[in-house]
Design a protein around this ligand. Structure first.
Ligand SMILES: [Zn+2]
Length: 205
């Protein structure tokens, strides 16, 4: 069993700058692009940008595994796939700090334990509020659920549109990136994987 992925322990992270230093960094960028950070229209911009970063990246201060571990319930004889479809996803790519938005579909085949569906949505949300690429986001969600809940298998599929792609590649405004991660029966058994894929394709066309 591999370690559940998560934020690094505080001890190995670089020193966290103060809020004032973060606001100064925004002023530096504003001056660098050629504007005057002292003009009235930009006076409160650094404060707002830092607050927005605080909210967008709140996932660094949360522990998805702990979130999931709190709420086990007995499976009580239930033995079929549990699927949460169309979880709204908003995250930011680590290459450009540009948003990517879409939906995540998360399924698992329980062994002995189940969790509330809202917990699965929380896992998506916490990992989404960190910088990464879509591939690693998909794997992190799947591996964390596998590691903590220990089901017979987990399937995660994410479809998202990336602003860094839609802005940089001309004539690709509607391009959607799809990534999937499978563990256990969804990885090893074609019919379970097919079951999941069919279920999340029903309305997607
Ligand atoms: Zn990007």
């Amino acid at each position: 069993m591999t370690e559940a992925p998560g934020a690094k322990p505080e001890s190995v992270l670089p020193h966290r700058p103060s809020r004032e230093q973060a606001e100064d960094a925004v002023r530096t960028l504003l001056a660098w692009v050629g504007d005057d950070p002292r003009r009235p229209g930009l006076a409160n911009t650094p404060k707002r940008v830092v607050e927005a970063y605080e909210e967008r990246f709140s996932g660094y201060r949360e522990d998805p595994a702990a979130e999931l571990a709190r709420t086990f319930e007995d499976v009580s004889g239930y033995s079929d796939m549990i699927l949460l479809r169309d979880v709204r996803l908003e995250s930011y790519c680590e290459h450009h700090i540009a948003p990517f938005t879409g939906v995540a579909h998360v399924a698992y085949l329980p062994d002995k334990r189940v969790v509330g569906l809202s917990k699965l949505a929380r896992i998506v949300d916490i990992f989404g509020r960190r910088l990464q690429v879509q591939e690693s986001l998909t794997a992190q969600i799947g591996e964390t659920i596998q590691h903590v809940l220990r089901p017979q298998g987990v399937a995660v599929l994410i479809r998202a549109s990336h602003q860094c792609m839609t802005l940089r590649i001309t004539n690709q405004p509607g391009a959607i990136m799809e990534t999937a991660h499978f563990t256990g029966v969804f990885k090893n058994n074609e019919s379970w994987r097919r079951r999941f894929i069919d279920a999340v394709r029903t309305d997607a066309g």
